[in-house]
Design a protein around this ligand. Structure first.
Ligand code: PLP
Length: 289
């Protein structure tokens, strides 16, 4: 989550309710106690007010907030932790792309899996991240920025790096905005992902589709000139345009120029307008402090 310094000089959080609900569900999965999300949001607001001088101003700047929970039970063994500590890591951050968007390249990993049905990929738990570092290092050594995580015999696209992943496909004169669904439990329910889905559901000529994209279909769409855009989403970068995906021995090139009609650009513009208080946005999204 981030605290933004708004155009009018105020402070604003973005969808704290969703962030708190996700932290609660992640903690519950680890047999940690529940907490009052509203109370935690009040504490965060108070914290941001007290530490206001650490909230940088300007487009792309914010105070990054990372509420965290760890077991601190002094016990050797595998059991419920009798002591749990919650704390918040806060750090001022600048724009992810200070010199304009830098599109990323992805390597579709056919060996390593980030998450699987019945696993904990749908929860933000630390153990999900460690095992992704080595595959990411290998992808980088081959000249790609991040890993595209697939699942199953049909190479279903799940996520990329630590971001949710969207494709824009042309179909029967419409633009389809497609991303993996949450119901199987292997996709992290990103707040940015949900917000883009919520916004785009109201865009004319755009149809949101929550269905696993299959890499074979993506490659075919690219060959037919119907793969219009691809981007990752997450709190840190908001959206990350994707210009190239390595799959099955070849590179798929994607237009990542984010022209005025681009969905990636529209998602970026609309979210930033809410973050920085230029528009109110849907009820409960921008929470002023
Ligand atoms: C945190 C995270 C995301 C993005 O979630 P946001 O709430 O949008 O920041 C996506 N995928 C993974 C694996 C993540 O850890």
């Amino acid at each position: 989550m981030k605290c933004y310094s708004t155009k009018s000089g105020g402070l604003r959080l973005f969808r704290p309710d969703r962030n708190m609900a996700r932290l609660n569900s992640s903690m519950n999965r680890l047999a940690m106690p529940s907490f009052d999300g509203g109370e935690m949001t009040s504490l965060l607001k108070e914290f941001c007010k007290v530490e206001e001088s650490w909230v940088p101003q300007g487009a792309g700047y914010s105070l990054y907030l990372r509420p965290t929970a760890i077991g601190t039970h002094p016990f050797l063994g595998v059991d419920v932790s009798a002591h749990v500590k919650m704390f918040v890591i806060a750090s001022p951050v600048g724009p992810y792309y200070p010199q304009g968007f830098k599109p990323v390249s992805l390597y579709s990993d056919s060996v390593n899996k980030r998450a699987w049905p019945g696993g904990v990929g749908g929860f933000k738990v630390g153990g999900n991240y460690g095992p992704t570092i080595q595959p990411a290092k290998e992808a980088m050594s081959m000249g790609y920025n991040q890993v595209l995580w697939m699942w199953g015999e049909e190479d279903e696209v799940t996520e990329c790096g630590a971001m949710n992943l969207f494709f824009v496909l042309e179909e029967d004169g419409k633009r389809i905005l497609q991303t993996a669904p949450l119901d199987r439990g292997d996709i992290l329910p990103g707040v940015t992902r949900q917000s883009i889905i919520d916004l785009a559901s109201g865009w004319e000529g755009v149809e949101v589709r929550e269905e696993f994209p299959k890499m074979g279909d993506i490659k075919k769409a690219a060959d037919e000139g119907r793969l219009l855009e691809a981007f990752g989403s997450g709190t840190a970068a908001v959206v990350s345009p994707i210009e190239r995906i390595h799959y099955d021995g070849a590179d798929i090139n994607i237009n990542a120029d984010m022209g005025s009609d681009s969905i990636t650009k529209r998602a970026w513009d609309d979210l930033n307008a809410i973050y920085y208080g230029e528009v109110e946005g849907p009820e409960g999204w921008g929470v002023d402090i």
